[in-house]
Design a protein around this ligand. Structure first.
Ligand SMILES: Nc1ncnc2c1ncn2[C@@H]1O[C@H](COP(=O)(O)OP(=O)(O)OP(=O)(O)O)[C@@H](O)[C@H]1O
Length: 254
């Protein structure tokens, strides 16, 4: 049981956006996908969700090629949290979250669906804004709704593209804790792109570092986020350590 990418390569024009990427995501683990702007994090996530087709290489879900999995089954298997929503056609928050149940519609009745949506709205503290138009929310509120929609999807794997980028400190923590809980309690496999290296070190089981389309290192944060590698990939000198059990990666002054 894994979501496995092997030798994934994607070229656009003369540019290699993904260069022979190998990555395996197992149920019950949280992997944080790190790397500078333009490294290919969103590109990799879109390929894993089947939105973009890689030029070469393979993606298997629990042993089955991604291309052989139908749309509905894929939606029950992988939930994707984009950086921004597409066209939302004036939908309310509750309706947006209900969209997460679309692939389950033949397996539940209306009352069951409403109950599930109600639970997810409560879990994300979104009840008070349930009837508001999604488009009228702040960027951070919208991000929380998109995560709630993915949770409502109740999939085995979750791919999140910078889910905390628009969130305030409390909601960043709450979101990462929620993902951590889904991994620990529901056994989902989660891959999340994130720029906050300290948060990644704190919450992830493993981190994967992308640079110019290549996966330069995957493993425990202590082994991947070394000062030498941070200097090589981000061009930044950084202090790396642990205070009161919490990892930190702090850019140095020079
Ligand atoms: N549709 C596209 N066509 C061509 N090139 C693209 C396309 N989308 C993205 N790219 C390029 O692919 C590279 C990787 O982009 P991607 O969005 O995957 O990076 P990222 O690591 O997610 O970056 P960020 O941290 O800024 O979100 C970038 O150089 C980008 O310009």
């Amino acid at each position: 049981m894994t979501l496995a990418a092997h030798d994934l390569t994607l070229q656009r024009g003369h540019r290699l956006l993904l260069d022979a990427v190998d990555l395996v995501l197992a149920p019950g683990e949280l992997v944080c996908l790190l790397g500078p702007n333009g490294a290919g994090k969103s590109t990799l996530i879109r390929c894993l969700d089947g939105i973009w087709k890689p030029g070469a290489g393979s993606i298997h879900i629990d042993g089955t090629p991604l291309s052989r999995i139908g749309r509905e089954e894929l939606a029950r298997t992988i939930a994707y949290v984009p950086q921004q929503s597409g066209e939302t056609l004036g939908l309310s928050v509750a309706e947006m979250v209900t969209l997460g149940r679309a692939a389950h519609r033949h397996r539940e009745n209306g009352a069951q669906r409403r109950e599930m949506v109600h639970q997810v709205l409560a879990r994300f503290n979104l009840q008070a804004m349930a009837q508001r138009p999604f488009d009228a929310l702040s960027g951070g509120e919208r991000q929380r709704v998109l995560i709630a929609r993915a949770v409502a999807q109740d999939a085995r794997y979750m791919l999140l593209d910078e889910p905390t980028s628009a969130l305030d400190l409390r909601h960043q923590l709450e979101t990462l804790r929620t993902v951590r809980r889904l991994v620990d309690e529901n056994g989902i496999g989660a891959l999340t792109a994130i720029h906050d290296l300290s948060a990644a070190a704190r919450f992830a089981d493993r981190v994967a570092l992308l640079d110019q389309g290549r996966l330069v290192a995957v493993g425990r944060w202590q082994d991947v986020l070394t000062p030498a590698r941070l200097a090589a990939v981000f061009g930044v000198q950084a202090h790396v350590g642990v205070v009161e059990g919490l990892p930190y990666i702090l850019p140095a002054d020079s």
